[in-house]
Design a protein around this ligand. Structure first.
Ligand code: ADP
Ligand code: DP6
Ligand code: CO
Length: 350
């Protein structure tokens, strides 16, 4: 069998100003801008292999070793459609370019961390999918252009195309062409800032981010206050704190934004609970630890798992305190996208 193949890995990103709400659900245009830190892919990452062959009779997807339907997955179909159209343009211009746009593909992707548990698997997963497609199809796109495609897979995925500190600018245009990720500062800017991931539960969440946020858009008055009166100013303050490497300010804004995001979930009707008793205990422990000056910041995405940001010098102590109470997994961090030469175990008949 002749085939074309690419394998890549992509890291997760954890937002410090959260995205929660869409103004356009099919193009995935958000109701507010957001900002995140891309973690090191040495720890949490997705790894994706994509093969294109004239011998394949349909597009197929294996996620964490289990085959899933592609047709029902509108967002994955959108990413495929967009990247194939870009490949077709290349083939139209260059006679000698292999005709890949018309071939069926097989996708095999694995996350080395819990999927759909609030640790941003959709972010690394779709960033990886789109990045691997761009390598397979040799698309001449920069990270910001690719972020527009990844955004249509999962909103948060657009920010994983960059390392370091990344903003997703909500944009204004109806076609979404200005709703893209931009790098606020590279990973080298603040190497002293570290992330600790605390896996409180690896179970799949009860309400997906997609369903949860649209119920919030429909029912929460607090969300309207957040997007109009809170986020625009917070984005500016967060960018300034990052540029100045002002940890206490960065931490305060991060914790406040996580708190408000979960308040908005509670204001949703019926309410959505992503945090559990252990999550709340972590908040109490970090708040107590910060009593005489801010030394750590917690943040929780749409799940019970905590991410702690702190200067490197505090990490050992934080790790000791948290692992005393919660002896689960913990990973440390830093960033990037990588074309990977080692292929993972592929499913039979791949
Ligand atoms: P999370 O908090 O993990 O991001 P979401 O509810 O946002 O949870 O999204 C989880 C969904 O993202 C999964 O059910 C799956 O459809 C998709 N996903 C996760 N990982 C991958 C991957 N590696 N490749 C493709 N899709 C993925
Ligand atoms: C709480 O990007 O997973 O993690 O666009 O519907 O796929 P979809 O949602 P998703 O939502 C992420 C929500 C969040 C905050 C954030 O990452 O900014
Ligand atoms: Co997600």
């Amino acid at each position: 069998m002749t085939f074309f193949e690419a394998t890549c890995t992509a890291p997760v990103n954890i937002a410090v100003v959260k995205y929660w709400g869409k103004r356009d659900t099919s193009l995935i245009l958000p109701t507010n801008s957001s900002l995140s830190v891309t973690l090191s892919q040495d720890q949490l990452h997705s790894k994706t292999t994509i093969r294109a062959s004239a011998d394949f009779t349909s597009d197929r997807l294996w996620l964490n070793g289990i085959e899933e339907s592609i047709e029902k997955n509108k967002r994955l179909v959108a990413c495929l459609r967009e990247t194939r159209a870009l490949r077709a343009q290349i083939e139209a211009k260059d006679e000698s370019a292999p005709k890949l746009s018309g071939l069926k593909i097989h996708i095999c992707s694995e996350n080395n961390f819990p999927t759909a548990a609030g640790l941003a698997s959709s972010a690394s997963g779709y960033a990886c999918l789109v990045y691997t497609l761009s390598k397979l199809f040799e698309l001449p796109l920069n990270a910001s252009d690719l972020s527009i495609v990844a955004r249509q897979g999962s909103g948060s995925a657009c920010r994983s195309l960059f390392g370091g500190f990344v903003a997703w600018e909500m944009g204004e245009k109806e076609d979404g062409s200005d709703s893209r990720a931009v790098q606020v500062a590279p990973e080298t800017h603040w190497p002293d800032l570290q992330a600790l991931i605390c896996v409180v539960s690896d179970e799949k969440k009860g309400t997906s981010s997609t369903e949860g946020m649209q119920l919030t858009v429909k029912t929460s008055a607090l969300l309207q206050h957040r997007i109009k009166n809170v986020v625009p100013k917070r984005m500016e303050e967060m960018i300034a704190a990052i540029h100045n490497k002002d940890f206490p300010r960065f931490a305060e804004l991060t914790m406040q934004d996580s708190n408000q995001f979960h308040a908005v979930c509670l204001d949703t009707y019926p309410p959505i609970f992503y945090m559990n008793d252990i999550s709340r205990a972590i908040i109490r422990i970090i708040s107590e630890y910060n009593k005489d000056g801010i030394k750590a910041a917690y943040t929780f995405d749409a799940g019970p798992n905590a991410v702690i940001y702190a200067p490197q010098q505090n990490m050992r102590e934080i790790y000791a305190i948290l692992s005393h109470y919660f002896p689960g997994h913990a990973f440390e961090d830093s960033l990037g996208l990588k074309k990977n030469d080692t292929v993972h175990a592929l499913p039979q008949n791949f």
